[in-house]
Write a protein that binds this ligand. Structure first.
Ligand code: SF4
Length: 347
């Protein structure tokens, strides 16, 4: 586990901008698990795993906000955020096994808020029992699986009792940063509650190199007890902003029965400008991926709009307009095709 400059320098030679971060660090701490550290090529200063986890002084530039999705104003209890009518997010802890430099929740992550208490769980469960319109809860943070098995037991029990129809999304990067966490005792606990209602495993894997044998083995434990896996990647400059990298990632995810679900545009959160890809480039990548990938392997390129505007799917436009009773399309290969409007018959 690397959490200081001295420990980091045992593995890599710091670049100027990385060194400077230690002079005036940002609020998100340095923490890189041994698993992730072993994936970083020390000879490559632009290594894609390094860019995600080694801090950089550009994080301290004060642009944008710390809460682009306006989660604070949508908080209904100490830890529960109710922004969309039918789903809510529960901040189970501020801790992770490693801190991603692109974390969109850096207002909260790594702030020493600690694990959700039993009282906070009870408050959230109380709200959910009164708001049966919420049918999905994202168990997020921080990383849910930094909680002890006992606290997870209490959490699952309280939420399942609050509303037996709830779908619980288990949002975790531990699958990459600390796959050893998914030992027999934790998996037995998850299996016990999976009979009372569905869990969905939501992973964040951004680069093919993160999909290690250990990671795949951990995901298989969920699949083997009937919990499906979905991946939410973040589009990051110098990490995965190429169609080749994302094509490889999505095909390997699908092969390992992890559905590529979202490819998120990096949120407008303070300290992440140097990692953000321009939307125009993101759209070019999306268009290229759509040509190369099957529907099952294709993630949805999505932006979470600032000021709590919600999620919008970003995709290249194939419908060019309407003329003389026909819709005019451009095919992915750039050719034109016509499709009749309702009622229009071929002569
Ligand atoms: S694992 Fe998630 S919550 Fe933790 S630092 Fe990374 S993006 Fe943020």
């Amino acid at each position: 586990m690397v959490k200081s400059r001295e420990e980091l320098e045992k593995h890599i030679t710091l670049k100027e901008e990385e060194r400077k971060w230690f002079d005036d660090p940002s609020s998100l701490p340095l923490l890189i698990s041994d698993n992730l550290m072993s994936l970083i090529n020390p000879e490559d200063p632009e290594d894609p795993v390094r860019r995600q986890f080694v801090p950089d002084c550009r994080e301290c530039e004060h642009s944008w906000t710390l809460d682009p999705l306006e989660e604070v104003s949508h908080s209904v209890t100490g830890r529960l955020i109710h922004r969309y009518e039918h789903r809510a997010a529960l901040l189970t802890t501020d801790r992770c096994f490693s801190y991603c430099r692109h974390c969109f929740r850096r207002r909260f992550t790594g702030t020493d808020s600690g694990a959700i208490s039993k009282e906070e769980i009870d408050q959230a469960a109380g709200y959910l029992s009164l708001h049966k319109e919420i049918y999905e809860v994202l168990l997020t943070g921080g990383d849910l699986f930094t909680l002890s098995d006992d606290r997870l037991d209490y959490l699952f029990s309280a939420l399942k009792n609050a509303n037996k129809n709830l779908v619980l999304r288990l949002c975790t990067r531990a699958i990459v940063s600390y796959p050893q966490r998914f030992d027999d005792s934790l998996m037995k606990l998850i299996e016990k509650y999976s009979h009372d209602g569905p869990f969905m495993l939501m992973t964040q894997i951004n680069h093919p190199r993160e999909l290690t044998e250990e990671c795949i083995a951990a995901v298989r434990k969920f699949l083997s007890i009937g919990i499906p896996a979905f991946n939410q990647s973040v589009l990051l400059k110098g990490v995965n902003d190429s169609a080749d990298t994302l094509e490889e990632l999505c095909i390997r995810l699908l092969y390992n029965r992890i559905k590529p679900y979202y490819l998120f545009q990096c949120d407008l959160v303070q300290g992440t400008d140097h990692l953000r890809v321009d939307v125009a480039k993101g759209l070019e990548i999306e268009r290229e991926l759509r040509k190369r990938l099957s529907g099952l392997a294709m993630p949805q390129y999505t932006i979470d709009l600032p000021q709590g505007g919600g999620k919008v799917i970003l995709t290249h436009q194939y419908l060019d307009g309407v003329c003389d009773g026909f819709y005019i399309f451009t095919t992915p290969d750039g050719e034109q095709r016509f499709y009749p409007q309702e009622g229009r018959k071929e002569n």
